[in-house]
Ligand binder design. Structure first.
Ligand code: TNX
Length: 538
């Protein structure tokens, strides 16, 4: 008995000696690190305030994460540990009992006393021994850990050492977003994208602190969400896509899976059912809905403005009630997008009558209506939201009603616009949008929409010209990275020359994530495996 107790004590003693030797060794290496500068790190979006202290925090196998003990914060801690593992292969423990020698700690704390009282605000205090992340909410903590992820270098400081260290620069970051709505839209109707593709897009958006993914679920070419009370929508309307391929749709279980995956990343899903135009797929499935006087047939082309619901038929509203009810029941977010764009074959009076009636249905199911800017012509509530894409007049009409506006001007924010005449994918009816044009504009003052009415910014990705994840990535990246900064940071904090360098340094992350971004020649990409010259050679 005695002997075994003695042996145990000896083992513990030796372990402590060994660990403290490691930490001594580590301290020596930290002291030898070159000076760091938090202010020149390649963070996107750029934080509001950074105060560098020019030291180094050592992330290594002796680092642990401790969080406030509630499930939201613990989830954030586990998410960070998983991402650290992916980048460095370190196994960082979360909320374990203290172990001697484990002396660098990342604390993720719920705190009510932040200088900034917005739900997504966070503060980071990084010293040699600890990283302290404070936020009011788990959502704020989640935004904060994206900053930590971006601060971890791609390679360890000393790859030859027995205990490699990833040095994080010390200092203080005070951060909070300018806009509460920072989104992208994915058109899964013109071409269908799998659950897996959507999840990858969500992962990339979350890394850049986006908080909304708007899914354009229905259009002339396809209906992509199961509606149990109207099963032909997906059976017939989901059966094709642009170009005549097989199409597809999400079952309600799959949609819930996307919603849950997004929620784990504090990203909200905004579902869109586009109507009364863009409804050919619905009308082919149930011709009773159709209002354009023609026999509907499956459509695989890319023209717009030919379809409409019959806005004067009660069955149409009974149908919409079912659709909004079923989708709202599996959408925890507050918004329901009714489309409402380009209803060129709906008479103006009918259009207005339709939007006003559908607004009531959306509200009945507990959601706030969003619609493309044309809805500003109708007499709708100040709680509804105008999605500005084309008409300044319509957007200002909405502002006059006290409505909020989401900024997606096609000339500046459309991810499906070609970069230039050499673009492999995309359209150019609104503009060519090279990487600098996408970044150098001021949503805060664009077209005279008052700043206090702007809910946020969204970058829509229409999919007429793209049919797989690689093509999606080509149009979305790098421009979507710029829109994250436009929606998070204030104008004083944005500068193309400075941004361009930070963007160049996203290449290792994008490559590691296997993102086939467009290697814009305007950017001096860091060690990018898709260099522009190589692409030109193909
Ligand atoms: C206009 S933007 C549309 C979409 C197209 C897009 C292509 C909007 C509200 N309607 O139906 O896909 O242009 O860029």
């Amino acid at each position: 008995m005695k002997n075994s107790t003695l042996t145990k004590s000896l083992i513990v003693f030796l372990a402590i000696i060994a660990l403290s030797a490691c930490t001594e060794e580590k301290k020596k290496r930290i002291i030898n690190f070159p000076e760091t500068d938090l202010a020149t790190e390649n963070l996107i979006p750029k934080p509001m305030k950074m105060i560098p202290t020019n030291g180094g925090f050592a992330l290594d196998q002796f680092t642990a994460i401790y969080t406030t003990k509630n499930s939201g914060y613990e989830d954030v801690g586990n998410f960070l540990a998983e991402k650290i593992k992916g980048k460095t292969d370190l196994d960082v423990q979360v909320n374990v009992a203290e172990i001697p020698g484990m002396e660098t700690v990342i604390y993720i704390n719920q705190s009510d006393s932040l200088e900034l009282n917005t739900p997504e605000a966070y503060q980071l205090y990084i010293t040699q021994d600890s990283v302290i992340l404070n936020s009011n909410t788990a959502e704020g903590a989640f935004r904060g850990i994206q900053t930590i992820r971006q601060l971890i270098p791609e390679a360890s400081s000393d790859s030859l050492a027995a205990y490699p260290i990833w040095t994080i620069p010390t200092g203080k970051i005070i951060d909070s977003p300018q806009f509460e709505y920072r989104g992208s839209m994915l058109d899964v109707a013109r071409h269908f994208f799998s659950v897996e593709d959507v999840k990858k897009y969500i992962d990339l958006l979350a890394y850049y602190k986006y908080n909304v993914l708007h899914l354009h679920l229905t259009d002339d070419q396809g209906w992509r969400i199961e509606i149990k009370s109207w099963p032909l929508l997906t059976e017939v309307g989901g059966s094709t896509e642009v170009g005549g391929e097989a199409g597809g749709f999400y079952t309600q279980e799959e949609y819930k899976d996307i919603v849950a995956y997004a929620a784990e990343r504090h990203v909200l899903i905004v579902p869109e059912v586009d109507m009364p135009g863009h409804t050919n797929a619905a009308s082919v499935s149930y011709p009773i809905l159709n209002g354009n006087g023609k026999k509907p047939e499956l459509y695989e082309g890319t023209q717009v403005g030919k379809s409409t619901f019959d806005t004067r038929k009660d069955t149409v509203y009974a149908f919409i009630d079912d659709v909004v009810r079923e989708i709202s029941a599996i959408t925890p977010g507050p918004y329901f997008h009714i489309g409402g764009d380009e209803s060129h074959v709906t008479k103006k009076n009918d259009y207005i009558y339709f939007v006003e009636r559908v607004e009531k249905i959306v509200q009945k199911h507990g959601k706030r209506m969003i619609g493309w800017d044309e809805i500003g012509q109708a007499d709708i509530d100040s709680t509804s939201i105008s999605h500005f894409w084309s008409s300044k007049k319509n957007a200002l009409n909405a502002v006059a009603k006290g409505m909020k506006v989401i900024m997606s001007p096609a000339k500046k924010a459309y991810l499906d616009m070609e970069y230039d005449t050499l673009s492999k994918h995309g359209l150019h009816w609104a503009a060519y949008i090279p990487t600098d044009t996408a970044y150098i504009w001021t949503p805060e003052t664009y077209e005279g929409i008052p700043l206090e009415n702007i809910l946020g910014i969204e970058a829509p990705l229409w999919s007429e010209t793209i049919s797989d994840i690689g093509e999606l990535e080509y149009l979305a990246f790098p421009r979507a990275i710029g829109y994250s900064e436009l929606s998070w940071s204030t104008p004083e904090n944005r500068d193309w020359e400075n941004y361009k360098v930070r963007l160049a340094n996203q290449a290792p992350f994008l490559d590691r994530m296997n993102v086939k971004y467009y290697p814009s020649p305007l950017i001096d990409w860091k060690k990018s495996k898709y260099s522009y010259k190589e692409i030109e050679k193909d």
